[in-house]
Design a protein around this ligand. Structure first.
Ligand SMILES: [Zn+2]
Length: 101
């Protein structure tokens, strides 16, 4: 069955000056992970950084800033590790990797 609505967890990019030049009335949203219309927000109890896929800037976000957005997926969409971990559930082989870029 074809779904024409796709839902994603997103955060608004905070680099307003970069995106306002491209689209005055649209706040760029950074995709974190795919979801659906009813799934509650993943339980996150810490602040986390997200890198914007367009301007490349990293910002710190609170869990309450995560929004559900109905939109098309980006061409090169990489799920945020925090959400990716939540989705895959039980994979005991995945040990903690605390490397930072
Ligand atoms: Zn941005």
């Amino acid at each position: 069955m074809w779904e024409d609505s796709r839902y994603f967890w997103v955060v608004p990019c905070k680099n307003h000056w970069f995106h306002i030049r491209k689209n005055l009335f649209f706040r760029h949203r950074i995709l974190l992970a795919e979801t659906d219309a009813i799934t509650p927000r993943p339980a996150i109890d810490t602040r986390f950084t997200v890198r914007c896929d367009q301007c490349g800037k990293e910002y710190l976000y609170k869990p309450s800033e995560v929004l559900r957005s109905e939109q098309e997926p980006a061409e090169s969409f990489t799920p945020h590790p925090l959400f990716r971990d939540n989705e895959s559930g039980s994979h005991p082989a995945v040990a903690g990797s605390a490397t930072q870029g």
